[in-house]
Ligand binder design. Structure first.
Ligand code: HSE
Length: 423
């Protein structure tokens, strides 16, 4: 087992998530990589603050130079936020030949190029996966899968807080202030949530994605930025009534005139997958020459998703500096489960043509022991002259779809039966 020693600066939402994952997944990480990550010290601003139990045995300090001067530390994790102090710290760490992993989008968007050059000059790594779209490994995807592809559009929901606010206002009827307060309590919002609601946070992430996808460093002044502060719930509902969802979108679009860069509320047709992104989830749509259109979706904020992105960077750096690269063609996970025949409750979405859905429901219940039949919905669309009734049937005893299908077909004019994917 090779030991990788790390120092962490900041134990807020992300920093504590990193510690938690390194502890809880220690065996999994060791087993796949042959690496053991040792947290030498965490530097914090407020030593008196009450901390979660999994942080209790982490050595704490308040002086960053303790990390910088400790020659045994391989990687510094900067998760304290701010720009000036973090830049100073990272510059010193890189100059001291320490690898750096950061989640600081404000910093990377503004100074990523010069910090990357400093890292290369000192032959150390600088990684920042957690700076964009929380738990979605979008930078790693752009860095690897698009090497032979030409990206022409990046469009995304890049801020979890604003998407959470819009969703909560729309679905739960919360006021803007209530929804923002909830986002802060859940640890999604920035320490200064102005950056979230006025679009700056999304603009920083768009700048990093633009650099990754197009190789172009763009100043914030090149991005046309509008936030959600002026949005009223009526705007959201009016868009919905017309078949659209109102979303804060970051757009980097290659046109004949050049790159069009914007962060602004935009409407997305409800049929588009990106329209379905709710709460703190983010989505990054990438259009490119070879792959075409691909959408990457996941949590854009939160302790464990964002912490996971930091830890993925730590593992990458740890493997590089110890030459413990992945040597197996499959991830070497020890199986903790075995294949099992499908059994138990299965739900099916059943489309039937019937004038009498109530008696059909009674018949299903009689024929399928213990069946639970959901709300019925009459829909049109497969055939303009035909109204179809859809039922969701949970069938606890008839588990194999062929058997269930046969039973159902005996009952009614069944158009289609689909297992329901719990997603
Ligand atoms: N405040 C950010 C957001 C956190 O809401 O998306 C993750 O970068």
């Amino acid at each position: 087992m090779k030991n990788v020693r790390i120092g962490i600066v900041g134990l807020g939402t992300v920093g504590s998530g990193v510690v938690r994952i390194l502890k809880e997944q220690q065996a999994l990480i060791a087993q796949q990589t042959g690496l053991s990550f040792e947290i030498v010290k965490a530097i914090i601003a407020n030593p008196d603050r009450e901390r979660a139990s999994y942080l209790k045995d982490v050595a704490l300090g308040t002086d960053i130079t303790q990390l910088l001067q400790d020659e045994s530390i391989d990687i510094i994790v900067e998760v304290m936020g701010s720009v000036a102090a973090a830049k100073d710290l990272i510059e010193q760490a890189l100059a001291a030949h320490k690898n750096v992993v950061t989640a600081n989008k404000d910093l990377i968007a503004q100074y990523g190029q010069e910090l990357a050059e400093l890292a290369m000059a000192n032959n150390v790594a600088l990684r920042y996966e957690a700076s964009v779209a929380g738990g979605i490994p979008i930078l790693q995807i752009l860095r690897t899968a698009y090497k032979a592809d030409q990206v022409h559009t990046i469009a995304g929901i890049l801020n979890g807080t604003t998407n959470f606010i819009l969703t909560q206002m729309d679905e739960q009827g919360l006021t803007y202030d209530q929804a923002l307060k909830a986002a802060k309590e859940k640890g999604f919002a920035e320490s200064d949530p102005t950056n979230d609601v006025d679009g700056f946070d999304a603009a920083y992430k768009l700048a990093i994605l633009t650099k990754m996808a197009f190789g172009l460093s763009v100043p914030q002044s090149a991005i046309d930025i509008t936030g959600i502060r002026e949005l009223a719930i009526d705007d959201v509902k009016a868009a919905r009534a017309a078949g659209y969802e109102l979303k804060l979108i970051g757009l980097s679009d290659l046109t004949d005139e050049g790159l069009r860069l914007a962060v602004a509320p935009m409407v997305v047709h409800e049929n588009q997958p990106i329209a379905q992104i709710r709460n703190e989830h983010n989505a990054v749509l990438v259009k490119s020459q070879n792959i075409g259109t691909a959408l990457y979706v996941g949590p854009g904020a939160g302790q464990l998703p964002t912490g996971n992105s930091v830890v993925a960077d730590l593992i990458h750096v740890g493997q590089t500096i110890t030459s413990n690269g992945d040597v197996y063609p499959f991830a070497l996970k020890v199986a903790t489960t075995q294949p099992k025949p499908v059994s138990g409750n299965r739900s099916y979405w059943v489309l039937v043509a019937t004038d009498d859905p109530d008696s059909l429901v009674d018949n299903i219940k009689l024929s399928v022991a213990g069946a639970v039949v959901s709300n019925q919905l009459t829909i049109r669309g497969f055939d303009p002259h035909q109204a179809w009734t859809s039922l969701e049937v949970t069938a606890p005893t008839l588990v194999a779809q062929p058997h269930f299908t046969t039973t159902m077909q005996r009952l009614a004019d069944v158009k289609a039966i689909y297992p329901v994917l719990e997603a």
